[in-house]
Write a protein that binds this ligand. Structure first.
Ligand SMILES: [Zn+2]
Length: 228
């Protein structure tokens, strides 16, 4: 993903120059339905905002077409509204303008690239709300679990359930399956029975028993006692 660096100058009111070791990535929405990434970056240099009593900044802002970085990853930004959040977390502002499906996807990819860069897992994603209770990121929060799931999927931490087509000689069959960490998993019983094996499961030893003969069904007794 292409990131445009437009760092606040050293000594800028919104760039405190405090070193941080990021242990999370915090997701925000800009709170402005018309503001692009470039607009957000310009906001940080707007005299009116600089002269206000507020301290507001972020590390990255992402919209439909661009990503802009305003503060280096290893420096504090004023985004979390919380001392610990600011001192430990990289702030990502997600724009509310444009196709939100596209913006969502780009936000996921940006968050994943930051997690990877700093050696963090998907469980190190925070919402602004996690720090202060603020309704932010306001557009994403209603679907926050899906956002986290998308991050886990992209990180390879979430198995991807899918149909797996296996061609047995000339006969193809679709199996329920999943792809995880580059490996394909399908139910062993379904696959082997398709190949003409009989499969049983021995619970006590966690063993899949495979017999070459096709099993002959036996009559099930009316009553049986449980031993164990
Ligand atoms: Zn926020």
């Amino acid at each position: 993903m292409e990131v445009t660096q437009a760092l606040l100058r050293v000594g800028h009111k919104f760039r405190p120059g405090q070193a941080i070791v990021p242990t999370s990535v915090t997701v925000h929405n800009t709170g402005n339905p018309r503001s692009t990434a470039a607009n957000e970056r310009a906001w940080l240099d707007n005299r009116v905002n600089l002269d206000s009593g507020n301290f507001v900044s972020w590390h990255y802002v992402v919209d439909e077409t661009s990503i802009i970085q305003a503060i280096p990853d290893l420096e504090m930004a004023y985004h979390a509204g919380d001392r610990e959040g600011n001192a430990t977390s990289i702030g990502v502002e997600v724009c509310e303008v444009g196709n939100q499906h596209v913006v969502w996807r780009r936000a996921v990819l940006l968050v994943v690239s930051l997690l990877r860069r700093h050696g963090l897992g998907a469980d190190h994603v925070r919402s602004h709300r996690d720090w202060t209770g603020k309704n932010c990121p306001r557009l994403i929060l209603p679907e926050w679990p899906r956002f986290l799931r998308d991050v886990r999927l992209e990180m390879g931490e979430e198995p991807m359930f899918t149909g797996v087509r296996i061609a047995l000689s000339d006969e193809a069959r679709d199996f329920p399956g999943l792809v995880s960490a580059g490996r394909v998993f399908v139910p062993v019983r379904l696959l082997l029975e398709q190949l003409g094996y009989a499969v049983s499961w021995e619970e006590s030893t966690a063993t899949v028993a495979i017999a070459r003969e096709v099993m002959v069904p036996q009559a099930v007794p009316e009553r049986w006692t449980h031993r164990g």
